[in-house]
Design a binder for this molecule. Sequence first.
Ligand code: PEP
Ligand code: MN
Length: 297
Amino acid sequence: MLDTRLTARTSPTQPSTAVHAAGETVGGPAFTVIAGPCSVENREMLLLSAASVRASGARLLRGGAFKPRTSPYAFRGLGASALEMLAEARDLTGLPVVTELMDARDLDAVDAVADVIQIGARNMQNFSLLAAVGERDTPVLLKRGMSATVNELLLAAEHVMAHGNSQVILCERGIRTFETATRNTLDISAIPVLKQETHLPVIVDPSHAAGRADLVPALAAAAIAVGADGLIVEVHPDPASALSDGAQSLTFDAFAEMMRALAPLARVCGRRLDLPLSIPLDALSDNGVSSSLRVCA
Ligand code: PEP
Ligand code: MN
């Protein structure tokens, strides 16, 4: 028997747990969208991205400071200086920050800035890292390992909760299969399974699942239809020049368009996805940080 004493839903009528991050909620009546670049590349691109995704309806900002990369020669993130930029982006836009922790030695630095600590797919079963974040009270976004079963994901969440942190968000981000048309295969069935098995909120990462920006809106719509509580989406001011995951990153305009398309779908599915009053998109195109800051003022 799977011993998920803390993560298990005890009855079909048990309310879902809402995770609270600096005034935003994942797992409540709203469908919550987290968006931003894969990696923090510099201050300007981060501030522009934060302002733009906020104007399009994102409620939290993502951005990697410490990046897990398959090749040791690839861009591995700016580290501590990126954390400072994330803090500035939060101050300017009000968006709570989601950023990845790869190494428990960086926990104090990451926890000082993050409103949600992301544990990436490659570390889903890094049990000492799970214990370390379990001892904090900062919410944890736990991504499913690329070869992990649903039960293994639940048990990884159980590790965090067993150490005392009950604020855990689960994320389906695609798994390895024989299929090569997409970077990973979005396990769409995992969402209703998880929603039945656990009271924790479940979000979907259509960007890492697809590996292709053109498929992201369709997977995001599917996530709403099967009952996910939100999304984490990669957005970049110029995907073609991104230092990581450009192929799967949406432009500002594509993200705005996707959000406008998702809002009525969310309503039909019984979730709120409130978009800010429309701001002309040309105010967001790449005319410098100062114009982006006017947009968020
Ligand atoms: C990311 O969010 O940029 C990331 C590396 O995700 P994953 O751990 O799901 O591969
Ligand atoms: Mn990425």
